[in-house]
Design a protein around this ligand. Structure first.
Ligand code: ANZ
Ligand code: ZN
Length: 756
């Protein structure tokens, strides 16, 4: 018997798995498919513990499902375009492609060292022309369907990243990547019309029963559907007719004391023209013009100015002043509100600041309907969701397949001319217009990398297809993804964009499903000393170091044992040691008696079947920590039972251990004389008959009457049972001062005393 030495056994089995192509998914199989997907990594250079956790969880599910008889697809690839590569390349005087390829090489080695059961034959890399050709194709599909358009708009600009950002990429007015304060710029940019899908994206959330409630709530709020009325207020200026406001509370109409326009609302200038207010209105507009929409939507309602104009409240004919203030946004509703300080918090704050009246009138739920009937109001649905800004002023991304021709204007590059290659030296030559053949300029912006990741799971179904992004047949074989596993940080961004892409592909007839991910598991963060592992905090644990010291099996086991997947995982060196010791115990137990044949005792057999039942149920509900705890208990029981252990118990133990610690399970499997890989064994089933409780409840009678019950071991003998019955307080009371003349014992039924 050798000592447990992961550094010897792990590389050995990794080579065997690869050579025998054990994890390559078959496109044609009798078995039921199971598409198990983990969020593909950004090739930053090194795997961190968050990756290890994501991929260890994914691997347990993949290996388990495969042993349960499914045809499992478990692919991996690289989300390889993006800013960090470009910045690193500038810093290190190299090309982003070289830098990215190096990072991928390193991280691939790390993934292989972890023994994750990926189908490497399907690996994708979004920065290679074979892939981004089809990302461009997706863009053209959007364009063709009227879902991609170019417009001048005020957009979010990150001064540090030197590019525009989508709304989803701005958090509390800061860039999601570098946290710089975002600025507003008027620029002409490409957008995807995700708003066309707002209603379906919202409605279909109901279908996602396998998603965490928290993610669904975030998506609902982001889409932000609001139902209300647009109401026309007549203006008391002869040259102007009316101002339309949006409200979700028409019942508060009688409490309106003023109105507010967004500073950008063109009506503001018209109303104040020629009045004494004109100057202050102009000054105010100038003052707020650089404020950000996002910031404005959360700041308190303080300053604003009177426009000089008045309007008539259609509910009661009252004259109300019209103000402008930055708490009203031009982008939402009609860019104008009726203010009800008695009912609305921000209107209240504003009224207090500016000495405007606050009057509390009873609510009137019918006034809205009346105004609609009179033609003064209209029902209206609004969304918070905005179109997705997809062009980026960066080099390292998929080029937008568009040319600008002096004759024809915007011209899409024909599909046959894809890919539009990213130039290796950044010089843009003049191109020919695909329509008229005249000189034209190619679009130099690239696509937001979220375009690449919005459809990669389709590509895995058919990764080497050169004539289409994927065939309908293969899509039908594999989609939808049965289980998706990744970080919660993508709750809105990637997960919303992917749902949108899938719906477009569905509508265009390329996908047979309109939701991509049936079940979603969002794993918690890995923290150490109470904080997220990060370089700046200096609390990073390097996966390579752990693998070197303890082996991949211990790293995986610890990560899965320390906490349930959705919860935070607190790193613990002692916990890692503990898992390593446990694997050592398994190793010594099995390898010390590879030929164990002795008879299996009832106790061990029962424990085994209880473990099979428990572990199976736990894995099904992704409770990996408790599943591992049950395996640990089984190993303890086997140590205690010593000679009772038979080979079948070892066999089952190794099979169940293999999704968690696959290398050791594989090695010991051969030691007990098996030839076929353990990872391809069927998952064990338990025999309900053998689960029977080890303890039974037995009635105790005194003189023919039930006086108490006792709990005893099922196989306890008469002497033990008698002793236990006589320990009962109640029974002793019935017997006190008397003599037991007879004891009747019927095994498994009862014990009865006759006393005199
Ligand atoms: C009167 C009122 C009284 C309102 C009340 C609310 C409460 P959601 O649900 O988010 O759609 N609003 C409308 N357009 C706005 C804009 N462009 N900028 C800032 N605020 C705007 O919110 C709709 C409510 O937000 C509308 O209903 C309006 O204020 C305000 F007790 O009208 B309400
Ligand atoms: Zn930035």
């Amino acid at each position: 018997m050798n000592d447990y030495s992961p550094s010897q056994i792990e590389p050995k089995w990794q080579k065997v798995w690869e050579k025998d192509k054990l994890f390559e998914a078959s496109d044609s199989s009798e078995k039921k498919k199971y598409y198990n997907l983990v969020m593909f990594p950004y090739p930053s250079g090194n795997l961190h513990m968050g990756h290890v956790r994501n991929y260890a969880i994914g691997d347990v599910i993949a290996r388990y499902k495969s042993m349960k008889g499914f045809n499992v697809l478990h692919p991996i690839g690289w989300d390889a375009f993006g800013m960090p590569a470009e910045n690193a390349a500038i810093k290190n005087q190299t090309h982003p492609e070289l830098w990215t390829d190096k990072c991928i090489e390193r991280m691939k080695k790390q993934l292989k060292r972890l023994g994750i059961s990926y189908d490497w034959s399907r690996e994708v890399n979004t920065s290679k022309p074979e892939y981004y050709k089809w990302t461009q194709w997706m863009f053209l599909l959007m364009y063709e369907r009227g879902l991609a358009y170019r417009k001048k708009a005020s957009v979010n600009w990150c001064p540090k990243c030197e590019t525009v950002l989508a709304n989803e990429q701005v958090k509390d007015a800061r860039c999601w990547r570098c946290e710089s304060l975002v600025e507003t710029r008027e620029l002409e940019q490409w957008f995807l019309k995700i708003t066309d899908y707002a209603d379906r994206l919202l409605f279909d959330i109901e279908k996602l029963s396998g998603w965490p409630e928290s993610v669904k709530i975030m998506q609902r709020n982001w889409i932000g559907k609001s139902e209300g009325l647009e109401i026309k207020f007549k203006i008391l200026t002869p040259s102007l007719t009316s101002v339309v406001i949006y409200t979700t509370r028409p019942d508060t109409l009688f409490g309106v004391t003023y109105m507010v326009l967004a500073p950008e609302n063109p009506l503001a200038l018209e109303l104040s023209k020629g009045t004494p207010q004109e100057k202050s209105v102009l000054e105010y507009i100038k003052k707020v013009q650089h404020e950000l929409t996002r910031e404005r939507s959360i700041k308190s309602a303080k300053d604003g100015v009177f426009t000089g104009g008045f309007a008539i409240n259609p509910a009661n004919g009252e004259k109300v002043p019209i103000w402008i203030a930055d708490y009203v946004l031009m982008e939402y509703g009609t860019g104008a509100v009726m203010a009800v300080p008695a009912h609305d918090q921000r209107d209240f704050e504003f009224a207090r600041q500016n000495n405007l009246p606050i009057i509390d009138k009873p609510l009137d739920n019918e006034i809205g309907d009346k105004l609609v009937k009179m033609g003064v109001a209209e029902r209206k649905v609004n969304y918070k969701l905005r179109d997705w800004l997809i062009s980026r002023q960066r080099y390292w991304g998929a080029p937008i397949p568009i040319v600008y021709c002096n004759n024809c204007g915007i011209v899409p590059v024909p599909i046959k001319d894809l890919p539009v290659l990213l130039p290796t030296e950044v010089k843009f030559s003049v191109v020919k217009c695909p329509k008229c053949g005249m000189k034209a300029n190619r679009e130099t912006d690239t696509l937001d990398t979220f375009n690449c990741s919005s459809w990669y799971y389709f590509r895995y179904c058919d990764p080497h297809n050169e004539s289409e992004p994927f065939s309908k047949e293969k899509e039908k074989t594999w989609m939808a993804v049965d289980q998706y596993i990744g970080g919660i940080e993508h709750a809105i961004l990637h997960l919303l964009y992917s749902r949108f892409f899938t719906k477009v592909l569905f509508d265009a007839g390329y996908s047979h499903v309109d939701e991509p991910f049936t079940n979603l598991l969002t794993q918690g963060m890995v923290i150490k000393d109470g904080a997220k592992m990060s370089k700046s905090k200096g609390n990073v644990v390097d996966p390579d170091y752990i693998i070197e010291k303890y082996g991949a099996d211990t790293a995986r086991l610890f990560i899965l044992f320390a906490s349930p997947p959705e919860r935070e995982l607190e790193w613990s060196d002692a916990g890692v040691e503990g898992c390593f010791r446990f694997l050592g115990r398994v190793w010594r137990l099995v390898s010390s008696k590879p030929d164990a044949q002795a008879k299996c005792g009832v106790g061990v057999e029962r424990k085994l079947h209880q473990t099979i039942k428990g572990v199976t149920e736990d894995i099904e509900k992704f409770s990996f920590n408790t599943a591992i705890a049950k395996l640990m208990e089984l190993v303890n029981a086997l140590y205690e039972a010593k000679d009772e252990t038979v080979k079948t118990v070892f066999e089952n133990l190794l099979v169940m251990l293999s999704p968690f610690a696959p290398h050791m399970a594989e090695e010991l499997w051969r030691q007990i004389g098996k030839n076929e890989p353990v990872c391809k064994q069927p998952w064990p089933v338990y025999d309900p008959k053998l689960l029977i409780e080890s303890e039974i409840t037995l009635p105790v009678q005194v003189n023919g009457r039930l006086r108490d019950t006792i709990v005893v071991a099922a196989d306890a003998d008469e002497e033990t049972i008698k002793k236990k019955a006589l320990e009962s307080e109640k029974i002793r009371n019935f017997i006190a001062g008397k003599e037991i003349v007879k004891t009747i014992f019927i095994p498994n039924k009862m014990i009865s005393f006759v006393v005199k």
